[in-house]
Design a protein around this ligand. Sequence first.
Ligand code: ADP
Length: 584
Amino acid sequence: MTAPTEAARGLPVAGAAEARRAAVRLVREDGRAVVAMLALNGLAAAAGLGGPWLLGRIIDDVRAGAGTGHVDRLALGILCFALAQLLLGRFARYAGYRFGERTLARIRERFVERALALPASVVERAGTGDLMTRGTADVATVGTTLRDAAPEVSVALVQVVLIMAAMLAVDLPLGVCGVLCLSGIWFATRWYLRRAHAGYLAEGAADSALAEVLGSTAAGARTVEALGLEERRIAAAAEAIENCRATRTHTLNLRSVLFPVVEFSYVAPVAGILLIGGALRGTGAVGIGAVVSCALYVWQLAEPMDKALLWLDQLQRSNASFARVEGVGRIDAPVVTGGARPADDRIDVVGVRYAYQGERDVLHGVDLTVRPGERLAVVGPSGAGKSTLGRLLAGAEVPRTGRVTVGRVPVAELDPAQLRRHVVLVSQEHHVFLGTVRDNLGIAAPTAGDRELRAALAAVGGDWVDELPDGLDTALGAGGHRPDAQQAQQLALARVVLADPHTVILDEATSLLDPATARHTERSLAAVLRGRTVIAIAHRLHTAHDADRVAVMDGGRVTELGSHDELLAADGGYAALWRSWHGG
Ligand code: ADP
């Protein structure tokens, strides 16, 4: 089936066949538990059939003149069957819940693995809201299904099948009549199922869109205020909320048709069996006991069917959620051959053109060679493509045409661990991960010991770790030590020291800091950068002045390239910029 347009713009959604295959795989992975669950369910349902059958027999036997002793024995039988059903049902549910929890854990783990493997550019394009909604709300919906709905529904379905079989066995014409009277449920359910999957997918997509709008508004609150965009953001949120409401109303409408039809359908077969049973009894074709048994069976059917139908809604919801969770696996991981090893530390950018998803080119044929050990400053007006070039150099994006290579190997073909040893991008955003100081540093060098971690922090001036209550084991973030901007930056820089790449790309790494902190950090940076190739995307021209060469970018092209002095002598755009900056 095709995904709705909202979802198509975000991350992909798994098709019906694909989701089915994934579900079958999950069941197979825990096959024994599923077999045990079904067997226990079957036994519990079979035990449930004993009561009505014995009751029918009591009626017939009493009419044939049986004594109280015989009736007592049969009544004891009913009690035993009820007890057996209770116990077997309990174990069946227990097996079901265990299976559900284990499977949910596997789904979660797989989702996290896949989400972490996603190319950063894909996540940026789709918006983190979509990924977040899938990882939280959608996984929780699938979880409810596995935890509650799946065990309940499997019990109910087995009961329904066995009760129907028992009804047909007690008396074929009456049984057929009962089953026919139930057919209304079949049509109503089919009508509902045809519409519900798309309805719930749309609901999920609307939730994602709302999370995205609210999340980005909150994250960019200052920008929104500064640019006076409040009205527009409120309008966007209102539209997303309206869309959520509309998709929810649609599924509510579907339910409001399904449930009344189903309710009526339970009463119809009991009336049908009593009417037809009464008529047949008149002709002597059937005994009263059989009529009572069949009527009780059909009455018994209402409970499991009700349960199954109640959960049907949840199943539909979780089907759509599962398709969204599995959809993350459809994104191709970046082509990582991992075989080739860079011959040296030289970086070449050859004929690179790049466009963000479905948009115009923002780089129009960039050629650049960065020699090992040199300091290259990239300057130019905002929107010239400097950050985009930085991301391509760091392997975060793949050029549309042309190539970016390190030691003649395309950077995008290096696996993450290999890439980290060659090129690292340090941007303005320094994320502190929830975890200990050790966790935050260990990302860059999983095998590093305490001494190395401390040395890396010390190299960037991060001696504060020694003053923390638990040193490297101090938890960071909410509930633990909250690092300030400078400490967050030092953690990021210590990661660079640990990764030990030959080339560091600085994308305005210190521009968000206040001047005093920035100076301090730049001193730390100098320690990190010693002996490495440095590509600095600069907005302060003194960075360019200190660099070995300067690349000037404008409109997605490198327009000038040379040392500060050469560019001044050439008297082009850079010289004009420098003069205006220097006030003369
Ligand atoms: P600079 O760093 O020189 O300011 P950028 O590389 O950030 O320039 O941007 C170059 C062009 O690419 C701009 O027109 C910008 O609007 C566009 N651009 C940047 N990031 C994205 C993105 N994630 N999606 C779409 N367009 C983008």
